[in-house]
Ligand binder design. Structure first.
Ligand code: MGP
Length: 210
């Protein structure tokens, strides 16, 4: 127990007993940053990318999450991204350069039903380090609101780390409890930049081709 001095309405200071749990926030293993991509055609892609705020406790995560618009309500063409603090949500960052992403295409009808839950579950997987010994391979996650269909992606550090990639992909699939119709595929950022070539593919049981 600790004692905190509080000032009462009449201006008189008095002491109140506060339990330690009320004072200590619960630390996360990593510090994370939330980013917003604003779809402003007068600016370059990089200029549209804004870091909102870093956080490293459970309480600060929820304060931020509850303060923000849910993803299904942000404007078309915009993104949210959550990355480990210090990694920018872009291909060019040195910690993304060798990597790729698990990509989940969301059907239009799912924006109103599944998208917010999927994004929250991915956020919780990330800050909760749900990928066991492979959590270090996770760089971040992105959700994109698009007319042609929304997209969710988890970015990993290295396309050569096949065990990490498969564990991360399976965990996403399990935690999101994906419908059979939601197929996820892994692609290298170098391929995304020139146009999508899927390297690992999920067909019920996740099989690999590359
Ligand atoms: P996008 O926003 O990831 O997907 O990329 P969208 O809008 O669905 O378009 P599509 O091309 O996948 O059909 C759109 C464009 O944003 C890309 O073609 C790039 O010009 C730019 N862009 C996206 N990312 C993730 C990056 C990045 O990491 N770095 C740079 N320099 N440009 C990027």
């Amino acid at each position: 127990m600790s004692v905190e001095v509080v000032e009462q309405e009449n201006g008189v200071a008095s002491e109140e007993v506060v339990s330690p749990e009320m004072l200590i926030k619960h630390p996360l293993q990593n510090m994370w940053s939330l980013w917003f991509y604003k779809n402003d055609r007068t600016k370059s892609w990089e200029e549209n990318l804004m870091e909102i705020v870093p956080f490293d406790t459970v309480e600060d995560f929820w304060a931020l999450y509850n303060h923000l618009e849910v993803v299904s309500k942000i404007p078309l063409g915009c993104d949210y991204a959550l990355f480990k603090h210090g990694i920018k949500p872009m291909w060019e960052d040195s910690r993304n350069k060798q990597g790729g992403r698990w990509l989940l295409n969301i059907q239009k009808a799912q924006r109103g039903t599944d998208l917010n839950n999927y994004w929250l579950e991915i956020l919780l997987c990330m800050i909760g380090e749900a990928f066991d010994e492979y959590s270090d391979d996770v760089c971040g996650a992105v959700v994109q609101i698009r007319n042609k269909g929304d997209k969710l992606a988890v970015w990993t550090a290295d396309i050569k780390h096949q065990d990490a990639i498969m564990k991360i992909g399976r965990t996403i699939k399990d935690r999101l409890n994906l419908h059979q119709r939601n197929v996820i595929g892994y692609e290298a950022h170098t391929d995304t930049q020139v146009k999508n070539t899927v390297k690992y593919y999920d067909k019920g049981t996740m099989t690999v081709y590359c």
